[in-house]
Design a protein around this ligand. Structure first.
Ligand code: 9MR
Length: 360
């Protein structure tokens, strides 16, 4: 039985529960998996252009996933080559692929500092910035209204090193509109598709460093402020690009999720992978550490709240952003994802199966 059928079958049989999953003991290879009490959809970021040519890649996605998200395609850089153009080829193809295979597509992303086309530098005034952002969100969310059930509306809004008074990251939106761009983006998305789950998505919050503590606090302050003013917002996306050589701050992360839950917000894991450039060369050892790190991360979250989805940022080591920034010194290929370069499951896939409830 394909994993997908198992999950949908289980959902149909009413096995989904709202409680947290039992803790998964990743470190003991003889331990039995916790009983399945809930089912969380799993998905991956997809390079849409490969779906037509890489059969095993496509088959792996269909086999394992209930969700897809474009690794690119909906970013301004891809969608908006010029001020008056919207190029929807990639997201149209991906949503069609999702529909034909019984999956759902997440939208990534509407307001981000990154992947911006050069012409956006000419956005000069606050009024023009507001017009452009509203026009973009209205057009893009409107096109897929009722079909994309969850949007990363605002991506990576928290400053890399938040300091008092400067907790929001620089971007064309922040520079022209101040932090009210976040509210504007959320309100616009909610107006266009009131049924969509609206997400604020961010990374680098899970390690035991002062930077992560500051970033967690800055994110919580932002969420509190939005909630206090009834800005439509439903969830926090925890990206989960985990540095493999760093411990997870389990207590800090659980407390963060507890605070998010206390604000009646959901959590989801949106971009999980483990950056393995500093991990041992031997593949077996590396894969075990990668799986353990992800297990610690997912446990710290799942102990407190059941994530509404878990997505990895790619599914096979063959296609990953990681070597762009984190190549290994020994020249060996990175192994950050659940399937190896030949699309065979690694230890990380097993961990994900345990936490999503799809393990048999
Ligand atoms: O993996 C993505 C890479 O292919 C793109 O070039 C890059 C810029 O658009 O974005 C990468 O994805 C990022 C995601 O959109 C936001 N969180 C961090 C991801 C990895 O850099």
């Amino acid at each position: 039985m394909r994993r997908r059928d198992f999950v949908f079958g289980a959902l149909g049989a009413g096995l989904a529960s709202s409680g947290a999953l039992d803790p998964f003991v990743w470190s003991d290879p003889t331990a039995k998996a916790a009983p399945v009490r809930g089912v969380i959809p799993y998905g991956t970021a997809v390079r849409t252009d490969l779906l037509d040519t890489e059969f095993d890649y496509k088959a792996a996605i269909v086999d394992h996933c209930q969700l897809v998200v474009g690794e690119g395609g909906l970013k301004w850089f891809d969608l908006r080559p010029s001020e008056d153009q919207f190029v929807f080829d990639q997201p149209d193809r991906l949503i069609d692929f999702a529909d034909r295979n019984g999956m759902q597509m997440r939208g990534h992303t509407l307001a981000w500092y990154g992947a911006m086309p050069d012409w956006t530098q000419t956005i000069a005034s606050p009024a023009q910035a507001e017009r452009e952002l509203v026009h973009h969100i209205t057009t893009v969310v409107g096109r897929y209204q009722g079909r994309i059930p969850s949007w990363d509306v605002v991506n990576e809004a928290i400053a890399e090193h938040p300091e008092s008074g400067a907790t929001i990251r620089n971007s064309i939106w922040q520079e022209r509109l101040g932090k009210r761009y976040i509210e504007l983006a959320l309100r616009t998305a909610a107006d266009v598709d009131p049924s969509a789950q609206l997400v604020i998505n961010d990374y680098n919050i899970e390690n035991p460093t002062q930077q992560c503590r500051d970033r967690r606090q800055a994110l919580l302050d932002l969420l509190r402020d939005l909630k206090d003013r009834d800005v439509p917002l439903h969830a926090v996306g925890i990206q989960g690009h985990l540095p493999g050589d760093m411990e997870i701050d389990k207590e800090g992360l659980s407390k963060f999720v507890e605070a998010v839950k206390g604000m009646q917000l959901e959590v989801l894991v949106t971009e999980l992978d483990v950056i393995d450039n500093k991990l041992p060369a031997r593949e077996y050892d590396r894969d075990q550490i990668v799986a353990a790190r992800a297990g610690d991360f997912l446990k710290a979250i799942s102990d407190v709240a059941r994530p509404s989805a878990i997505l990895t940022w790619g599914i096979t080591d063959r296609y990953t952003w990681v070597p762009t920034w984190f190549k290994r010194d020994d020249g060996k290929p990175n192994r950050p994802l659940p399937l190896d370069a030949g699309c065979r499951p690694k230890a990380l896939m097993k961990v994900i199966d345990e936490f999503t409830g799809a393990a048999e």
